[in-house]
Design a protein around this ligand. Sequence first.
Ligand SMILES: Nc1ncnc2c1ncn2[C@@H]1O[C@H](COP(=O)(O)OP(=O)(O)OP(=O)(O)O)[C@@H](O)[C@H]1O
Ligand code: SF4
Ligand SMILES: [Mg+2]
Length: 370
Amino acid sequence: MTPPRSAFGAPPQGGAPSGPAEPDPRLPLGKSPSIPLLDVKDFSLEFRTRSGTVRALEGVNLSLRKGEIVGLVGESGSGKSVLSYALLGISDRAAKVTGGTAVFGGLDLLQADEPTLAGLRGREISMIFQSPRTALNPIRQVGLQIEDVLRRHAAASGPDLQTSLRQRAVQALRDVAIADPERRIAAYPFEMSGGMCQRVMIALALACKPSLLIADEPTTGLDVTTQAAVMDLITGLARERQMATLFITHDLALAADYCDRIVVMHAGHAVESAPTASLFASPRHPYTARLMSSTPGARSTIASLQPVPGQLPDLRREDLPACRFAERCERASPRCRSERPVLDTSQPHAVACWHPMHEAAPAAEAEHHV
Ligand SMILES: Nc1ncnc2c1ncn2[C@@H]1O[C@H](COP(=O)(O)OP(=O)(O)OP(=O)(O)O)[C@@H](O)[C@H]1O
Ligand code: SF4
Ligand SMILES: [Mg+2]
C-alpha cells in the first residue's frame, strides 16, 4: 500500500515547501517509564470499498514504552502498514476507524484533528517508508528536504535562520553516517544509491528528534550488507536517543536480531506480544509457531522449513471466524470460530488464543465451550 501523503510534514513529491509552523503543543512524553508512550487499545479499522468492506484491523492491542524497540511482524496483508498509517493520520480516504483508542503522550491519535496530527508528524512521531525513492522528492536537493522539515517544526531558530537550518541539515546527514555531508547536502535522490537514499530518509525522519519512530520495512530492496548497516544505524540512534521504535517487517529473523519485543499480527489481529527471547524460546500462538518454522535460520535445511498452511482469509468475508487463524489452525475448536480471543498487553508474554501451545488439549476445551 502506498502512503497517500508524506508523514514528515515535508511537502509531498514535487510540491512546494509548506507554510508556517504549526503551534507547538509539545507533549510531556515519556515522563514515567511505567506509562506506555503509545498505548493502542481495541483498535478496529475498515475500508469501505466497491467490492465490500475490508475489515483490516480488529481489536488490536499494542503498547510501546520510551526507548523500546518493538518488531511488528506478520505475513503480507496482515495489517502492519494500515496500523502505522492510521496512527499517523495518513490513512486512505476509504479507511474508517470503527473503534478503539491510540493514546500517545496523553493524546488519542484516533480522535485528534488534522492540524494536531500535522504538528506531531515528523516532530514527535516519524516514519521511514519502505521505498525511499518514492518517498523522497526526486526534484529537490536532499538538504533542502531536511530543511523543509526543520523549518516546518521550527526546530531551528535564531537571527540567522537559514544558516541555522543548513547547519542542522548537515548535522542530520552526519548523524546517519553520510560521508562528506557538506557536499552531499546538495545532491538529488537520483544521484544516490538505494542505501544512501535510505540514510537520507532516516535523516529526514530523525531530524527533529522524535519520541516515536515507525520504520515500515526500512530495508526491503537493499542488499544484505546494506540492510545490516541500515538496521544498525536505526537501532543505534534509537538506543542513543531513547526513542521508541516500531519496526515493521515480515522478516521474523531480522526482528529477532534487533528488537526488544515482538508483536505478531495475523489478518488484522495482534495475536502475540512477548520479549524477543521469550517468544523464540516458547512461542505460544500457533501462528507464531508456524511462522517460526517457516523462517530460515542458521541451522535450517530445506526439509526443516515448513510454510504456514493455507492463506490469509479474505478480509471482506462476512463469515470470518472470530479467531481469523481458525481455518489454518490444527488446534481450532468451535469456541475459536465464535469468540475472539483478546491480547492482554499487561502481560509480559501475551497471547490471543484459546488453546495456546504448551497448554491443555483443544479437544477438551472444545467440548467445554460448545
Ligand atoms: N486502501 C485500501 N483499500 C482497501 N483495502 C486495503 C487498503 N489498504 C490496505 N488494504 C487491505 O488491508 C489489509 C492490510 O494491508 P497492509 O498494507 O496493512 O498489509 P501489510 O501487513 O503491511 O502487508 P505487507 O507486508 O505486504 O506490506 C490487506 O488486506 C489490504 O488488502
Ligand atoms: S484461538 Fe483457536 S483457532 Fe485461533 S490460534 Fe488459538 S487454537 Fe488456533
Ligand atoms: Mg506493509
